[in-house]
Design a protein around this ligand. Structure first.
Ligand SMILES: NC(=O)c1ccc[n+]([C@@H]2O[C@H](COP(=O)([O-])OP(=O)(O)OC[C@H]3O[C@@H](n4cnc5c(N)ncnc54)[C@H](O)[C@@H]3O)[C@@H](O)[C@H]2O)c1
Length: 350
């Protein structure tokens, strides 16, 4: 495959209306080349749609190095496309030399020197950057409003597409129980409620659940009659103490967390995708529509690090940069975000 063919394949699979923020960035940066001469290590989980993010950085003139395989899953087909697109894969010696900017995920490359600073995509990764932030600027992209598109709406959508992949299409009137009422769990609950499911959440922290969702007081009784059970806590074995009730149910089981949240008593073949995050069975675990704004914001932070001499510390992306990206998105997507945010205000406990 030539570079031209690879670019044509990506343009076909991810047309501009699917990634308006990255397209606008690519076009503007291709003219101005604001990252010319800089090296950027990008550790965004490597899937085919991530390559569109890399190409925007490349259009800006950056020498783009792709970090993968340390903490997060990756798509081998996307990895095979990197050399064709003149994206570079660093070996240990090149990593040790460092880069101008590190765009990280899950703090996988926090040990790599970054002359201008870092931008981290995940909340858990930020914990790995607290010490580094004493000597370098670190941007917390997870703390942005825009990240909600990916973490909440994108994972909710990824769950539904994953279920469809296994032939589960109709959730109307079904009883769904979700473990975990964090960002991901809330996105899943929002989407399940939209699909017409009766939604319940189990979370020992007893947060205020979203609209149309009930916080379960007696999880085992509920689990026994559930049609769908989803884990999204980020905690290994989170549902393990409920294994007897889960195994007694006829429910479809799906894990959306990185760890095995169902625990050792529940066999892998009882859980869709053998306990791996359900949406990772798909070519694009998160649809481009939902990941485009986050990837554009992550890239934009590289530009801000290049333009401004930031003091060491932990920073949130500039709200003006978030607004500019939001302005490039279709109204339907921004409306979806607003509806999700509104739904977070309702609550009921039983
Ligand atoms: N599949 C994907 O595409 C995808 C995308 C992003 C994140 N994730 C993963 O989703 C997981 C959750 O992420 P998050 O950002 O929502 O985390 P979070 O910390 O915001 O929320 C987790 C919630 O789970 C609750 N919880 C903890 N232990 C529990 C238990 N035993 N039972 C029930 N609830 C419990 C916590 O009280 C908290 O409210 C992580 O593993 C994350 O890596 C997956």
């Amino acid at each position: 495959m030539t570079r031209q063919e690879a670019e044509a394949t990506l343009a076909r699979d991810y047309p501009p209306n699917d990634c308006p923020a990255l397209t606008a960035q690519h076009n503007a940066w291709g003219q101005a080349r604001p990252l010319a001469g800089l090296t950027v290590l990008d550790a965004t989980p490597l899937f085919r749609n991530t390559l569109v993010k890399h190409l925007a950085l490349q259009a800006a003139g950056a020498e783009v190095w792709v970090g993968y395989g340390r903490a997060m899953p990756f798509d081998p087909i996307a990895a095979e496309m990197t050399p064709v697109l003149r994206l570079k894969i660093p070996d240990a010696a090149r990593l040790a030399q460092g880069f101008d900017v590190v765009l990280d995920c899950a703090a996988a490359f926090s040990d790599i020197p970054a002359r201008l600073g870092y931008a981290e995509l995940t909340r858990s990764g930020i914990a790995g950057y607290r010490t580094i932030a004493k000597s370098k600027p670190v941007f917390n992209v997870d703390g942005s409003r825009i990240k909600t598109f990916e973490t909440a709406l994108g994972t909710g959508d990824g769950l539904i597409r994953g279920l469809r992949h296994f032939g589960i299409n109709d959730l109307h009137g079904k009883t769904a129980v979700v473990f975990g009422c964090g960002k991901v769990g809330r996105g899943i609950l929002f989407r399940l409620a939209h699909e017409g499911a009766h939604c319940f959440v189990v979370d020992p922290a007893r947060p205020l659940p979203p609209q149309d969702v009930t916080l379960a007081n007696d999880p085992d009784a509920l689990l026994r009659r559930a049609d769908l059970i989803v884990t999204a806590t980020g905690i290994k074995d989170a549902a393990a103490s409920h294994a007897p009730a889960i195994l007694a149910s006829h429910a479809i089981l799906a894990n959306m967390g990185v760890e095995d949240e169902f625990g050792p008593t529940i066999p892998a073949d009882r859980v869709l995708n053998a306990k791996a995050p359900l949406n990772f069975v798909l070519t694009d675990p998160t649809r481009m529509r939902y990941i485009d704004p986050t990837m554009a914001l992550h890239n934009l932070v590289a530009l801000r690090l290049a333009q401004t001499d930031f003091a060491p510390g932990l920073f949130l992306p500039d709200p003006a940069d978030e607004s500019a990206i939001l302005a490039s998105l279709p109204k339907s997507l921004v409306d979806e975000l607003t509806a999700f945010e509104t739904a977070q205000q309702g609550a009921s406990h039983v």
